[in-house]
Design a protein around this ligand. Structure first.
Ligand code: ADP
Ligand code: MG
Length: 391
């Protein structure tokens, strides 16, 4: 990449593909810094589209829409990995600075490519993917090594929040699960004995500067992130250093510009496994909005505007609680209530973020609360209190 482009300064338009909550928080960060934002999303009712200066309501591959975006925006990024690589390439060929570039995004679109990449990276960092086997043909089922069972069958594409995954105990169940996925390309992963899960959020600038945020410890419920806590309570300092060094090496290796999240498993044996990468700000990095000098969304702005990166320092221990649409429903399943926001807002150290989604649904991410504390225990106690008050 030629190193001669000037930064894009406030007053200019920045473009984002995707208008969900990540696009919305990006838009808010960009606007706070004086930028204008253009959002492209096929959904007419998108959380980011409703607050952006310019909303283009069109498909990601709509050439006219991409031309409009490229003519308005000097720089474009994406809020999710499943944007067609072609759209990013097209924007680049139309003269926009695209960060991250399409090759980095496609790597995260396909678990087969992702695992292959993570495996090659192991020799450098000593952190590799879980043992796995690619399933693309009928015959592959018989060749799955016995020691990968029990395992988790994951579709190569379009999996998120635990969707596109089935746990299988034996070859018979594996075969049935693959049929259930209509025999699309899949990866069978050995079911690992997890001690806990963490993620690292790395940012790389146009000039090759890399910063990494403090590692967060993540708890999932039903495959969806529930809480992220920083500093990670169970992580040893040397494990955190190893993860941070690995994240730096990886982001440089793929020549990535922007915010990149890497999920890791820490096994009962102490071994660290790289699970998956997300080429964008991540739910487990929402804590940075209130607990760090620069949020992950400000970093996304800085990276795509070719500015120096912000400081990632943690200002206070924090525990982030996700707010799912489930909170709007009574146990009977009928939509019956507005969550008790007054109780959340009564905590002076809890920061409420709602994404402006009109319709709550079970499992839908509606917002989050960052619970800060003078100590880690205080932050976790506030998080537990907020969870029980809303529950
Ligand atoms: P998603 O794209 O849905 O986030 P992940 O691969 O991250 O998919 O899996 C979701 C969750 O399922 C993980 O955070 C972890 O809790 C659990 N999980 C996934 N793979 C394994 C595995 N190989 N062994 C044990 N648990 C796993
Ligand atoms: Mg995941």
């Amino acid at each position: 990449m030629a190193l001669h482009l000037e930064p894009v300064l406030p007053g200019s338009f920045l473009g984002i593909l995707g208008g969900g909550q990540l696009g919305r928080m990006f838009t808010q960060a960009a606007q706070a810094m004086g930028y204008k934002v253009c959002v492209l999303d096929p959904d007419a009712d998108s959380p980011a589209g409703s607050i952006a200066e310019k909303f283009i309501n069109a498909d990601y591959e709509d050439v006219k829409a991409l031309k409009e975006m490229a003519s308005l925006c000097a720089s474009v990024s994406t809020e999710f990995e499943n944007v067609p690589a072609q759209a990013l390439d097209q924007l680049e060929s139309l003269g926009a600075f695209v960060a991250p570039r399409s090759g980095c995004v496609s790597l995260a679109q396909n678990r087969i490519a992702e695992k292959k990449f993570l495996a090659t990276w192991k020799s450098e960092t000593n952190i590799g993917p879980a043992p796995h086997f690619v399933i693309e043909h009928d015959a592959d089922i018989a060749h799955v090594p016995e020691d990968l069972l029990p395992g988790i069958l994951k579709t190569a594409r379009m999996g998120y929040d635990g969707k596109g995954q089935i746990t299988v105990q034996n070859r018979e169940e594996l075969s049935a699960a693959w049929n259930q996925f209509a025999r699309v390309p899949c990866v069978l992963e050995k079911r690992m004995d997890l001690d806990f899960e963490v993620s690292a959020l790395a940012v790389r600038a146009y000039d090759d500067t890399v910063v990494v945020y403090p590692v967060s410890q993540n708890i999932h419920r039903d495959g969806i992130l529930h809480t992220s806590t920083v500093p990670a309570p169970s992580l040893q300092p040397e494990q955190e250093m190893k993860i941070i060094e690995a994240a730096k090496a990886l982001i440089r290796k793929i020549d990535y510009v922007g915010v990149l999240c890497i999920e890791f498993f820490v096994l009962k044996s102490g071994e660290i496994i790289a699970n998956e990468i997300a080429p964008r700000p991540h739910n487990s990095g929402h804590y940075t909005m209130d607990a760090c000098i620069s949020s992950q969304f400000e970093q996304q702005v800085r990276a795509m505007a070719r500015l120096p990166l912000g400081d990632t320092r943690l200002l206070a221990p924090v525990s982030m609680l996700n707010l799912l649409g489930d909170l709007w429903f009574e146990d009977s399943g009928n939509q019956a209530k507005e969550p008790a926001w007054n109780k959340v807002l009564a905590h002076s150290d809890a920061k409420l973020h709602l994404y402006g989604k009109a319709v709550p649904r079970i499992g839908r991410k509606m917002g989050h609360v960052n619970c800060l504390g003078e100590t880690l225990d205080a932050a976790r106690a506030t998080c537990a209190a907020v969870a029980s008050e809303l529950g």
